[in-house]
Write a protein that binds this ligand. Structure first.
Ligand code: 13P
Length: 279
């Protein structure tokens, strides 16, 4: 198995009426935990890192590790830049060999979002890399800073956006938000259904942490082909590390490292099963 483009995984997900899990990683333990879960379930995944996380986990260190993990895995894995905010970062990811990039122009006007994404599509095509972009505004925030107000994607604008940019994947805003939800969200499945009827581009659901199994599966039936999970993995890693540290007089680095990977493994495995309809 191998490092593949995200487009290949989305095509396969479309054929099988499932979604591919896209799991955010910030250190080696997260990469290892996610890959072991994918291998155990014999299911491809996407490993991703968002631009706002690069302060903690620099791209030039994380990128080669994510790519090496994908190349050595027993399942197909795509390596993706999540929420690219600057064209320079997108270019850096492409130069490192990422097989997929997202440009997040969701706070721009439709016209400016289209023109920025077109430039990303032009650059990515030289590398054969997949491009994801967002329309509408997903709530919360990816990292620190003020939370964004949710603005549902307009199905008509989605059609214009996909037609004009030629993107491979469209991130939609349907009541979803990044981070932990104060109460479990009720996704606007009616809006998703309208988008899906107008647009043949595979759809992406951000803000996966805290969405119910039932809502995930309903959304997948309405065209979601990629689901992003970040907070749940970061939280599980911290939870498992804390349980271990609290359980011993003197914490051991190697045990701590294993526990971190185990927390992420459990979370990734649980989500892959939901997205692949494995019971
Ligand atoms: P969560 O942190 O809510 O899981 O969202 C992940 C995400 O959408 C990353 O882009």
């Amino acid at each position: 198995m191998a490092l593949v483009t995200m487009k290949e995984l989305l095509t396969m997900a479309e054929k099988n009426d499932i979604a591919t899990g896209a799991f955010s990683v910030g250190n080696m333990e997260m990469v290892m935990g996610a890959v072991v879960a994918a291998e155990e379930l014999n299911t491809p995944i996407i490993l991703q890192i968002a631009e706002v996380r690069l302060k903690n986990s620099p791209l030039e260190l994380m990128g080669p590790m994510m790519l090496a993990a994908a190349k050595n895995a027993k399942v197909d894995i795509a390596v993706h830049l999540d929420h690219g905010l600057n064209i320079e970062t997108v270019q850096k990811a492409l130069d490192l060999g990422f097989t997929s990039v997202m440009f997040d122009g969701s706070l721009l006007s439709l016209e400016d979002n289209i023109s920025s994404v077109k430039e990303v599509v032009r650059r990515a095509s030289k590398y054969g890399a997949t491009v994801e972009a967002e329309l509408g505004v997903v709530g919360g925030n990816e990292g620190e800073g003020t939370a964004h107000e949710i603005k549902c994607t307009s199905p008509d604008d989605a059609k214009i956006f996909c037609d004009e940019t030629g993107i491979d994947a469209l991130a939609v805003a349907i009541g979803n938000a990044h981070g932990n939800y104060p109460v479990a969200p009720q996704l606007r499945l009616d809006v998703l259904d309208d988008i899906h009827k107008k647009v043949s581009t595979p759809l992406v659901l951000h803000g996966g942490t805290g969405i119910s199994d039932e809502q995930f599966r309903q959304a997948i039936k309405l065209g979601i082909r990629k689901v992003n999970i970040a907070t749940a993995s970061f939280d599980k890693l911290a939870e498992y590390a804390k349980i271990y540290c609290d359980s011993t007089e003197k914490a051991n680095y190697f045990e701590l490292s294993s526990r971190q990977a185990e927390g992420v493994y459990e979370n990734v495995k649980r989500h892959i099963k939901i997205f692949s309809f494995i019971d």
